[in-house]
Design a protein around this ligand. Structure first.
Ligand code: KIV
Ligand code: ZN
Length: 385
């Protein structure tokens, strides 16, 4: 089993979701929860971005133990110095330096030549390495960067002291096959690549962030960057909970492990949702309200006989208390009898059929049938009304 490092960027890229900003005490609470859950690296913020971001990174660096605390910096002295100023109190710290490398970014955003980019990357990584022996370098928009140039920048960054090379799909454009090929290409063509850990950082613009992250680790990446509930710029980042459970549930296929305590996924998801004000959609994989809910009669019957018929993970494993057999118009007799039993009523065949007939009439009028409705239906049957 190969261990994959989980790098959480909820407090940095996640906070870049419009409307997601968090105050200092909220950030501290989230960082503590991430560390308690077993996150290897917490990207606590972008210290140069604002005095508040600086202070949040500094306080997290001062108080949170057990995870490496990371701060983001553009590839210039001011950013890197400010990042270090915030991080230096941490027991384990990392400076994350980034610089765009794709032709589009070089031409329209940076207006720099390839030689100037390489020179700037080397200078930035060297400055970060003069403060800290854990330096991550990200060639921004790496997945749209020409292979030859990407190899050149990555090799130079490692020579300058980068210990992690992150390969971001900044605009969520890549497909899993392309991501696999790009990581494979880097491992084959960059001569000093074994001196650094390769990392993946995928955005979800085409809904492929998690699949792309898994393709990267299949091709040798040792770190995945992700956020709780997949929050982040535009359509968001790869969702931490989905990655962790894909690795755990399909260990037979991926042969990977993480240090995450999966039972904390739902509580941490709820904390981030409450803190940012960004709701988790009902059908969200792993942590959504419907992720372990079954309404159809056929599925409920299967579940009552053997849960592995329709569940590939248990709700308890991710921090839910139980499977939810939702009673609605698609439900069958078995689930109704089971719920009535839980509510203290044992119905014979005839009683069950009569309650079931009334239940179906009611279910056509309501989205969901609650326990109070079942009690009323059973009592009507018993009293003959
Ligand atoms: O998406 C991106 O390219 C980033 C970098 C700063 C790593 O968030
Ligand atoms: Zn990003």
């Amino acid at each position: 089993m190969r261990h994959i490092r989980i790098f959480d960027t909820t407090l940095r890229d996640g906070e870049q979701s419009p409307g997601a900003s968090m105050n200092l005490s909220e950030k501290l609470e989230v960082a503590t929860a991430l560390s308690d859950m077993g996150v290897d690296v917490i990207e606590a913020g972008f210290p140069i971005a604002s005095p508040g971001d600086f202070e949040a990174v500094r306080q997290i660096a001062m108080t949170v133990r057990g995870s490496t605390i990371c701060g983001l910096a553009r590839c210039n002295e001011k950013d890197i110095d400010r990042a270090w100023e915030a991080l230096k109190v941490a027991s384990s710290s990392r400076i994350h330096v980034f610089l765009a490398t794709s032709a589009i970014h070089r031409q329209f955003k940076l207006r720099m030549t390839t030689d100037e980019i390489v020179e700037r990357a080397i200078a930035g990584v060297k400055r970060a390495a003069s403060y800290c022996d854990d330096v991550e370098f990200s060639p921004e928009d790496a997945c749209r960067t020409e292979h030859d140039f990407l190899c050149r920048v990555v090799e130079a960054a490692i020579d300058a002291g980068a210990t992690t090379i992150n390969v971001p799909d900044t605009v969520g454009y890549a497909t899993p096959g392309e991501v696999y090929d790009r990581f494979d290409m880097l491992r084959n063509r960059v001569p000093n690549i074994d001196k650094a850990i390769l990392s993946t950082h995928c955005h979800d613009d085409l809904g492929m962030a998690v699949a792309n992250s898994m393709a990267a680790v299949a091709a040798g990446a040792g770190q995945i960057e992700c956020t709780i509930n997949g929050i982040g710029e535009r359509a968001g980042n790869a969702a931490l909970e989905e990655i962790v459970m894909a690795i755990k549930t399909r260990q037979d296929y991926f042969h990977l492990t993480t240090g995450i305590d999966s039972k904390r996924l739902v509580p941490v998801s709820r904390l981030v949702s409450k803190t940012t004000g960004i709701n988790v959609q009902r059908n969200k994989a792993i942590v959504g309200r419907n992720a372990f809910a079954h309404e159809s009669g056929i599925h409920q019957d299967g579940m009552l006989k053997e849960r592995s018929t329709y569940e590939i993970m248990s709700p308890e494993e991710v921090g839910f208390s139980k499977t939810d057999l939702v009673l609605g118009k698609h439900s069958g007799r078995a689930a109704l009898a089971d719920r009535a039993r839980q509510l203290g009523f044992t119905l014979n065949g005839e009683q069950l059929q009569s309650v079931f007939d009334r239940f179906k009439v009611l279910a056509d009028k309501k989205k969901e049938i609650y326990d109070g409705d079942i009690v009323a239906l059973v009592q009507q049957q018993i009293s003959g009304t």
